[in-house]
Design a protein around this ligand. Structure first.
Ligand code: CA
Length: 224
């Protein structure tokens, strides 16, 4: 259970980090918009706490951009902007909850746990593209509503591609996801899993396709 904390006030980030660590979560801390994009592209976090005033941009715009790109990670916004209008626009931008500074770390942990207890569809635990639905909780896929079997590693590949649907997923990201960071991996391992996955999706009649973007990675899109 790894959380991403986006906070440029390092003292506060450190406090948060110790608080959520004590509650049993692993934590990565980043302090800007660019670093957040990079972190989300390489690690599957269970949730993210997002400060709005960041040195290289605005957290709210980032959140809108992530949601527009089908990023479904649960987001708790942390901000000094506590007006009703600010809360409403935060929730409209795709925040799952909103916490006004200053706050007690215990409250933040409680809010994150509340978000994580919500039903799966509110957390993007069910991912859909074309006639394909992926139940990330039950670790199974449905094609046109029918449950189908895929092996574990192909499922992991599919999940990552689905979470980033419409965007190119770098081969390295898939490698890290399938084999863990720093794993010792045969250079063609990702190709092997992607090609197996592609074949199975085709056999099952899924209306999605995985395109290879040479030298970059893979792109999952709907066949229309
Ligand atoms: Ca800030």
């Amino acid at each position: 259970m790894r959380l991403l904390i986006v906070e440029d006030n390092l003292e506060l980030a450190d406090l948060i980090s110790r608080g959520v660590n004590a509650a049993g979560y692993d934590v990565d801390i980043v302090s800007g918009v660019e670093d957040t994009r990079a972190a989300l592209a390489s690690v599957n976090y269970v949730a993210m706490a997002l400060d709005l005033g960041l040195p290289d941009g605005d957290g709210m715009s980032l959140l809108r951009e992530l949601r527009a790109g089908h990023e479904s990670i649960p987001v708790l916004v942390l901000t000094a902007r506590g007006g009703v209008q600010d809360r409403v626009s935060g929730l409209k931008a795709g925040a799952d909850d909103y916490l006004v500074k200053p706050f007690a770390i215990e409250e933040m942990v409680a809010r994150i746990e509340a978000i994580l207890r919500r039903p799966g569809h509110l957390l993007g635990r069910s991912l859909t593209l074309g006639n394909l639905t992926f139940d990330t909780e039950g670790r199974q896929i449905l094609i046109s509503g029918e449950p189908r079997l895929l092996s574990g590693r192909e499922l992991n590949v599919l999940e990552l591609l689905l979470r980033r649907q419409g965007r190119v997923v770098p081969k390295k990201t898939l490698e890290d996801q399938i084999f863990g960071l720093g794993g010792d991996v045969a250079s063609n391992a990702v190709e092997v899993y992607v090609s197996r996955l592609r074949k199975q999706l085709e056999e099952l009649g899924a209306t999605v396709q995985i395109r290879t973007i040479r030298g970059v990675g893979y792109l999952l899109s709907e066949i229309k």
